[in-house]
Design a protein around this ligand. Sequence first.
Ligand code: NIG
Ligand code: FE
Length: 420
Amino acid sequence: MRKELLIKNIKCLVQTDDSSRMKVCGKEMSVLENIENSYLYIDEGIIRNFGTMKEFRDANITESSGNIDVIDAAGKFVFPSFCDSHTHIVYSGSREIEYSDKIRGLSYEEIARRGGGILNSAALLHETSEENLYAQSMVRINEIIKSGTGAVEIKSGYGLNTDDELKMLRVIRQIKETTLLEVKATFLGAHAIPPEFKNSREKYVDTIINEMIPVVASEELADYIDVFCDRGFFTVEDTERILMAGMKYGLIPKIHANELDFSGGIQAGVKYNALSVDHLECTGDREIEVLLGSDTMPTLLPGAAFFLGMHYPPARKMIDAGLPVAMASDYNPGSSPSGNMKLVMSLGCVKLRMLPEEVINAVTLNSAYAMGLSETHGSIAVGKIANVFITKEMPSFQFMPYAYGSDLIDTVILKGQVIS
Ligand code: NIG
Ligand code: FE
């Protein structure tokens, strides 16, 4: 039986789009198309129609047919679901011990050098069964669904050997198969150098290239390939070797760049036509220039800079120069233990000096682009997947990032199905 859903009397339908654009850049980022007093009609999980309530009366949608669910959204806003294009949501345990170390004054890099950080999570993941890893991850997955995320990219990278990387990627696949979220998987074998390769980084890079990538590709476990290209982790040369090896198997680059230093990661990403380069706390004029001539989406993760007490990326400068900007949560146990995209928007406004319109574009259409999904997600457009959420009653769309601690989400709809 066909399943239809009608949301009517919407106070404001946010981020409507009839241009089939893939991303928004520069000045356009401060423009948001909205329709007040509107309706949204969904059929078989797809957005079929939307417009003003006045247009609804002419649209020939029969509310009384037995197959249609009707929601009255008077006083409420409807947004396209958030697209969280950068997470490490599959992990075991947590790292609040390091949190205390950080508060006492140790830096992220010092913790990593002592064998803490990513290596800590890798040791724990090694001891965790696939079943248990899935169960732990699903708690967080259900949490992000409730907080408005409709598409998520998830990275491996706490395995750091072939078996454990595959274990993580299989859990990501299971999440994809068992939830209504849109999921993209990224292979991040090059997240840290495991202790057994401490003095032979190149050998670990060889293992990634010769052992891990071929099996990840043959089992079709990943869409993208990532490298942590930064001081103390992987060099530009390592990054280029790994990206080239992945690209031979059809894995598209999407990399961690310039978080800790001017690492050359942005340039390496652009050189290999990465879908996105992420973090970018260390971005100057030269990096902006390189990004301007590319199709690579600069993706900012203000939750990580916030949590680590680091300086923020120069978002204002990037947008004013004409660049697009996406934002994601970086949900992970070490630098950003939160997948709350509404909080990410608030940090974008307060810390990156982005306007509410800009942050909404950054967590919907531009972040959909950063995970290869802007044809089907990231805006309210006819033919796109019906991943949306209805807010509680509120005065304006700007209220979303403004009321930074309030839970404003009332109803989540994924693939046309009402979740909560
Ligand atoms: O994106 N920068 C590298 N990786 C993660 C942190 C992972 C961790 O500390 O567990 C990040 O911040
Ligand atoms: Fe990350």
